[in-house]
Design a protein around this ligand. Sequence first.
Ligand code: SIN
Length: 478
Amino acid sequence: MTLITEQNHSWVNGSPWQSQRQLTVHNPTNEEPIATVSIADNEAAAQALNAAQTCFDTLKQRPAQQRAEVLMRWYQLILDNEAVLAELMTKEQGKPLREAKAEVKYAAGFVQWFAEEARRAYGEVIPSHSSSHQLTTIKQPVGVVLGITPWNFPLAMITRKVAPAYAAGCPFILKPSEETPLSAIALVKLALQAGFEDGAFQVLVTDDAEALVAPLLASPVVRKLTFTGSTLVGKKLLAHSADTVKRASMELGGNAPFIVFSSADVEEAVAGLMVAKFRNGGQTCVAANRVFVHQDRQEAFTDALIEAVDKLVVGDGLESDTDIGPLINAKAKDKAQHLIEDALAQGAQRVYQGAAGAGHFMAPTILLDVTEKMDIYHQEIFAPVVSMIVFDDEQGVIRQANAVHEGLAAYFYSQDVSQIHRVAMALEYGMVGINEGAISNPVAPFGGVKQSGLGREGAKEGLQEFLETKYLCQKFLE
Ligand code: SIN
């Protein structure tokens, strides 16, 4: 099957959606058009809702074993198409091919995990309050789900939501990012090939998210919203879901501290930061956003970091030696440049700036002496820019690390066992990397506290987000 051609479609009820209006997808490396996609209008959304509602009746009756088998086939098809999916991702998103291949495996990993978890949606028998009653709980699918996914991980952010929904028995309507709809379309084609029912996974591509999403959020048919994106948009979506009291999972923005304590192994800490900061060119919600370095280690750490960053090659993701591709669009680059300029104007020092071509490419940059007054301290940088702060005491740095609205990921490097325990307990974050910069994994619960979100994805928790608990109180017959 050809996954993507020059002209592609939104997918409604197992069929391509025909429309006069087309969205053109561009390659962020050179801004050249790659392909077009038919835009889903409100009629498409209404038909998708009907198809999902009808499908729910079938899906919820289907034994978990069968849903697991369909997911296993989807998993295998994704892996079988690794080369095509990775190249497509690099073309529409810009990330280096090596990272795109890793993402295909990461995305497939969620499908495999939830294929296995599909058969483990256990209820409970509750020790009863009376000898004449049996109290049990059973797990049932939430119902029709609306998912809204970002461009930074065009495959994995979709499978992380669709696979647990299907495992639980929930039909899924997806609005992918308009920057990267092609990966979503490739995924839906593979899902249908694997045996997904027509209404079980539908993809609505649009360039006007608000107009498409508003009626879906207003509909009582949609019982659950799952979103990955900015905190600002997440708050609006939550407000719009309030009227129909939808279940919601929110993977929102981060502002990750990365703390290098005086006992840290500097070489390890630099290696960890290279992943935590530069994966996907810094365009991840879990990217190290504020790098706190103990004053005793600052010189050694900065020198080693500059040496490592200086080796990074910025360029076309399709070239084999590329480490960092372009930023997703001009707006992203303008924002990162503003953050650097604001920091420099307020006293930060630029201790390193690499090389990058024109267009959306951004030179890796290291800033020292960043302070809380600067925008870069508070906003997600989403670019290959390291923002460093020097500290001298543990309590102070924990206070600083926690004194933000976000609470997604945090990292720290220390070889002091007591300190590791204290700091791990004290950080107000949903995920903490301890002497480790790569924490994401399908088997682990991904998610944040405070304004970084609601709920968890992946792991056993990920399935529960799509299940309701029903309590049964049964009085024995005389
Ligand atoms: C994200 O940036 O939203 C996800 C990153 C990950 O899964 O590691």
